[in-house]
Design a protein around this ligand. Structure first.
Ligand code: ADP
Ligand code: MG
Length: 677
């Protein structure tokens, strides 16, 4: 591969050494093309603003003349402030920079400067965050999501330089016959307007092209790789009698939807075609048992199953639950995660290969190259939306064509599912298990509301358990950790008579597992947690959930969290704590109080997502598209679908010159199909 193509690895770029490559890889950027397609998630408006239009708290750029020389005060440690006065259109305002002492030399009396910062109306101050290059005012500055290993400015510069250097090499991947009638931008124009737009409108328009292209490429890849769709798979000749007998031993009766789903799955695994089925059902509707029955059926035919979940916490939970479900059977079950000790891992791998193990449960550690099966016949992917859709491909790459069952609590409309997944079949669990009482949801504004303590005391008195959830702040996990710890301390002090436990994402897998096991066994009674418990965890005696800063969560996330209670016939409660200032966040909390129905909430979630950000982080439910949202941008998705049909109908192998760039793109990025996100 030549060095100057956009498909070259980022290491070919100037001043990108080993460390930077690593940092970029951490962001999912491996090739030059990934860097060019790494889009900002928002922009900072660097155009000068009129001071009269500002309200307290606005972020703005003000330009004026420095009237006093800057005074630096040190507060000890690295903390300091730099203060001076600025004349902005004859209004003298105060400017303060915290902890940027080096700016002092840049601020000279009489000089005209532009400063970006936060406006404080009460004392006519601008709390500066940076001085802006005057040539830049009147522009939007792209803000990329990044990590501690690569700084914002550095990433921005790298993207800018790379775009400048590669601009001339950019070809249009979407064929002209598609691009022109739809008035889509050329690759170069689109990238320019997304990374360096003159105004928001320009970015919005460019986004449309980007969304179409993303869907088009995704669907093209699907089509390209699925030339062999409906492939022969593994036939599972299970023992129906044994399965029926096992069902009779269950402590509850299956709901009608569960029975139907089990029948559909059994029919599919027995057929010679490889199953590709999605099982959707609201949180708590009982998807696990359906999967377990599929696993049991396969085991009666002496065939292996794998259950893949997004987190180690969930893997451990499933392991415990299924172990107890299958305790009177001969099923061999193993747990395999990245935390499994080496020797044990080796042992498990050996027993998987020889077919001793019937079911292995784990995270994506399960599809690492060294994991070999004797006769893998069924793969279940729980909480599907946390994975990409590439597991199936990853398994195929291993030369396996097992039956696949994906499970999700965030439903998507059928037509959409088919558009995204191709030939997927869907089973839906429509009703909750009998005897469930709807969770009662309350909303209080203040964390000091006495209702919270009363609710906790009441549930503890009845021998129930309590979840306390605090938000995970994407930009600063440290802050998040402190919050959880603070709340933990509070609860420990308040409830000395019971054991309070703390669970967060930064803990080692074994520690997490232990904490959850203790909670499930009622050793600890209150569990303070960040959102690591969001998916799947099942503790029946937990009947109360307090969610602090509930306004910081999205609707579907709140619903997922709430689904951790109300998992038995006991009345459960959810208390949302938060005092949102914006109407959308208020509306969300109101909806949570009003509805327990995941489908209704998902629909409303969609309506509530306004035009706010151009490229927000989107929780589309299923696939993690970078720009497009398969729900919000349904029209673009349908258009892309027809376009792909059109291209492949006339040129199924992409041999025409007009489709050459698309062909090359699919080949050059082929390895992407084998990676799991
Ligand atoms: P989810 O669909 O959210 O994954 P689970 O599979 O964890 O839900 O099931 C939630 C709880 O409901 C579990 O404790 C499970 O044992 C129980 N359950 C499942 N099916 C039934 C049923 N038909 N009757 C009663 N309880 C059930
Ligand atoms: Mg589940």
């Amino acid at each position: 591969m030549s060095e100057n193509t956009i498909f070259a690895p980022v290491s070919v770029l100037p001043r990108v050494g080993e460390k930077k490559v690593e940092a970029l890889n951490g962001l999912g950027i491996k090739k030059v093309i990934d860097l060019l397609y790494y889009f900002p998630y928002r922009y900072e408006d660097l155009s000068k603003q009129n001071i009269e239009n500002l309200v307290d708290g606005d972020k703005a750029v003000l330009q004026g003349q420095v009237v006093t020389s800057p005074v630096l005060s040190r507060f000890g440690g690295k903390r300091n402030s730099l203060r001076f006065k600025l004349d902005v259109e004859n209004l003298i305002i105060n400017v303060v920079f915290f902890n940027q002492p080096y700016l002092r030399d840049k601020i000279l009396i009489g000089q005209e400067i532009a400063i970006y910062g936060k406006w404080e109306q009460s004392n006519l101050s601008l709390v500066g965050s940076k001085i802006i290059d005057q040539a830049k005012t009147g522009q939007l500055e792209p803000i990329y999501s990044t990590t501690a290993s690569i700084k914002q400015w550095s990433l921005r510069k790298l993207i800018k330089d790379t775009f400048t250097n590669y601009q001339k090499d950019l070809v249009n991947i979407v064929p002209e016959e598609i691009r022109l009638p739809l008035h889509l931008m050329s690759e170069a124009e689109m990238l320019k307007k997304i990374h360096f737009p003159v105004n928001y409108e320009e970015a919005q328009v460019a986004r449309k092209s980007a969304v179409f292209e993303e869907f088009f490429l995704y669907l093209s890849r699907l089509r390209w790789l699925n030339k062999d769709e409906d492939q022969e798979g593994v036939e599972v000749n299970y023992d129906l009698n044994k399965l029926k007998k096992f069902i009779e031993t269950l402590p509850f009766e299956l709901t009608d939807s569960q029975k139907k789903a089990v029948n559909e799955i059994c029919y599919d695994i027995k057929s010679p075609l490889a199953m590709n089925r999605l099982l959707q059902g609201d949180v708590g509707s009982g998807k696990t048992i359906v999967a377990a029955l599929g696993i049991y059926a396969a085991a009666t035919a002496k065939m292996q199953s794998a259950l893949m979940v997004p987190t180690e916490v969930l893997a451990a939970q499933h392991y415990d639950n299924l172990k107890s479900l299958f305790k009177d059977t001969s099923l061999e079950i193993a747990l395999l995660t990245s935390a499994t000790p080496k020797a044990q891992r080796k042992n498990i791998l050996e027993r998987l290969k020889t077919g001793v193990i019937d079911l292995v449960i784990g995270t994506h550690a399960l599809i690492q190259p060294d994991v070999e099966f004797k006769n893998l016949s069924l793969v279940i992917i729980d909480e599907q939306h946390r994975f990409g859709v590439n597991q199936r491909r990853a398994l195929r790459v291993k030369g396996l064509m097992p039956n696949i069952l994906s499970m999700t609590a965030t439903p998507i409309p059928r037509t959409l599912a088919i558009t995204i997944y191709g030939s997927i079949k869907i089973s839906t669990i429509k009703e909750m298990p009998r005897g469930r009482l709807p969770i009662k949801t309350l909303w209080v504004k203040s964390p000091d509301d006495p209702l919270i303590d009363r609710a906790v005391q009441y549930e503890l008195k009845n021998d129930h358990q309590v979840y306390v959830v605090t938000p995970l702040v994407a930009e600063s996990e440290k802050i998040d950790l402190r919050n959880a710890e603070e709340i933990y301390d509070q609860y420990v002090k308040k409830y000395p008579e019971v054991e309070v436990a703390l669970l967060h994402g930064k803990m080692k897998a074994e520690a997490k597992e232990q904490i959850l096991t203790d909670f499930a066994a009622q050793k600890s009674r209150i569990l303070i947690s960040t959102t690591v418990i969001e998916v799947g965890v099942d503790v029946k005696a937990a009947t109360l959930m307090i969610i602090y800063d509930a306004n910081r969560f999205g609707l579907s996330q709140l619903h997922q969290l709430r689904g951790r209670v109300g998992r038995s016939s006991l009345q459960s409660y959810c208390v949302l704590v938060g005092n949102p200032t914006n109407d959308i966040a208020k509306k969300r909390l109101e909806l949570m109080v009003k509805s327990n129905d995941g489908f209704v909430l998902a629909e409303n979630d969609l309506k509530l997502r306004g035009a706010g950000e151009v490229f927000g982080s989107r929780q589309s439910g299923e696939i993690n598209f970078k720009v497009g949202d398969p729900l919000e941008d349904q029209k673009a998705l349908q258009l892309a679908r027809s376009a792909v049909d059109q291209v492949f109908k006339s040129d199924p192998l992409l041999e025409n010159e007009a489709n050459g760039n698309l062909h090359q793109f699919l080949i050059e990025t082929k390895d992407y199909d084998e990676t799991i996100d």
